[in-house]
Write a protein that binds this ligand. Structure first.
Ligand code: CMC
Length: 425
């Protein structure tokens, strides 16, 4: 029971309304407004700026302090000491696995990477120039057609099986989106490879040659997936929860998350960074673009800078910056004109008073776009990579919701339309 209370007086309602206030383990308190509907009023919060829509034990963000914790563990420590699959286990199960638990989990993921041959035929029906996100979204939704024998969302074993399946199959489907677009044969996953290595194999190897994946790039890819694994109640995760609250099957819910991620305000920013670097075109034009970004009369913003939640360095950006240098070094791309522009832009902006005053730091998308481009991943596939990394977060939130008590998500509205009027014939 809550000890703390908030008191609310509203014009037209005689009584003072008492609302319970709950404390989380850390972070802001929340005021429980559920009783307000009984008094005939709703709260108004477009964009859910001040609204907690659920309880969660999975991820905590303190944007002012630049903190991101998964199940209590700082993202920097996970990026340094853990790996993507171990972090998936942590998000799903709440604790880090011991060696036996990790081996069993890894094995389960390994043996679920293959997709039904029917999915391969399904892909063939897409136009060659279909957007990769359109293919991914449809292919994930289509998985529910193949696994209807294990879609009982009230059965914890079915839920965990769906979680393993979707985490395992996303890299396979992501690579199929790419291969279909360039007309190359789909590559089967290789069970002796790790998840990120397997992904790069399915992306860039062909049946004509022996597999050749750089361990440095595989490690960078793994850390990129890890850094995107979860980010609390963002738009796509909230979409997955909302869809899940209706009792929809997990593949349909993840497909709805992919659709939400597709929007440029969410998953599309790393793509925008590359477009901006292309637009700048030459180091000599950087100052001109910095001036445009500072000009209040110009809508241009420096893509990959600033964050709605982080008003400090995004902790993921700190990690990814180091990986970016390693990848460029490994690929001998340090002198690539685009990357030189990126590095110089970063340096100038970090020293600029305008950006410092406003706490505008390079965000995770600034570096992830550069790394993906260096690895050879086309810009149109960037959001697909983001979706692959975010899948454990989506499915962990879905599972958390279904494991506890929940109600169908059903926001209300402030109606501003016509009042009742009669139809005149
Ligand atoms: N370039 C230039 N000025 C900026 C930028 C930028 N990238 N971002 C914010 N500002 C200025 C803004 O004009 C305002 O200035 P003033 O106070 O003088 O009016 C001030 O900084 C605060 O801006 P805001 O719009 O209130 O900041 P916000 O926190 O609401 O917006 C943002 C966050 C991410 C939408 C914004 O920083 C932006 O548009 N960045 C570029 C796009 C980008 O990189 N997006 C990816 C974010 S990470 C995605 C993820 O984690 O999923």
């Amino acid at each position: 029971m809550s000890e703390k209370k908030a008191q609310l007086t509203i014009d037209g309602i005689d009584e003072t309304i008492e609302l319970p206030v709950y404390e989380g383990s850390t972070g802001p308190n929340v005021v429980d407004v559920r009783s307000l509907v009984g008094k005939g009023v709703f709260t108004y919060d477009p964009g859910f700026v001040s609204t907690a829509a659920c309880d969660s034990d999975i991820t905590y963000i303190d944007g002012a302090a630049g903190i991101l914790l998964h199940r209590g563990y700082p993202i920097e420590q996970l990026a340094e000491k853990s790996n993507f699959l171990e972090t998936c286990y942590l998000l799903l199960n709440g604790e880090l696995p011991n060696q036996q638990e990790f081996d069993e989990f890894e094995n389960s993921i390994r043996y679920h990477t293959m997709v039904d041959e029917g999915i391969r035929l399904f892909f063939r029906g897409f136009p060659r120039d279909a957007h990769p996100m359109a293919m991914l979204c449809s292919a994930v939704a289509a998985l529910s057609a193949f696994y209807h024998d294990s879609l009982d969302i009230d059965n914890p074993e079915h839920r965990m099986l769906a979680a393993h399946r979707v985490i395992a199959k996303m890299p396979t489907l992501a690579a199929m989106c790419y291969k279909h677009g360039i007309g190359q044969p789909f590559m089967y996953p290789q069970n002796e490879m790790g998840l990120a290595e397997n992904f790069l194999h399915m992306m860039f190897d062909t049946p004509c040659e022996a597999p050749s994946v750089s361990p440095t790039l595989a490690k960078a890819m793994d850390t990129l997936f890890l850094l995107h694994a979860d980010h609390e109640q963002n738009a796509s995760t909230s979409t997955v929860r909302l869809a899940g609250s209706t009792g929809a099957n997990p593949y349909a819910c993840i497909a709805s998350g992919i659709a939400a991620l597709w929007g440029p305000a969410h998953g599309g920013a790393n793509e925008a960074v590359l477009k901006m670097l292309d637009q700048i075109g030459d180091e000599s034009r950087i100052e001109e673009f910095i001036a445009k970004a500072k000009d209040k009369n110009d809508p241009f913003r420096l893509m990959g800078f600033g964050h709605r939640v982080y008003k400090n360095y995004d902790p993921r950006a700190t990690v990814i910056r180091g990986i970016c240098d390693q990848v460029l070094e490994e690929l001998g791309s340090m002198n690539d004109p685009l990357f030189r522009i990126a590095k110089k832009l970063e340096k100038i902006a970090l020293e600029d008073e305008y950006f410092n005053e406003r706490k505008l730091f390079p965000n995770v998308d600034f570096y992830s776009g550069i790394i993906l481009k260096a690895i050879g991943i086309p810009t149109s596939l960037f959001t697909v990579i983001f979706a692959t990394g975010r899948t454990p977060g989506w499915i962990a939130h879905w599972n958390e919701m279904l494991s506890g008590s929940y109600r169908i998500g059903r926001p209300r509205q402030l109606y501003k339309g016509h009042t009742r009027r009669d139809y005149k014939s």
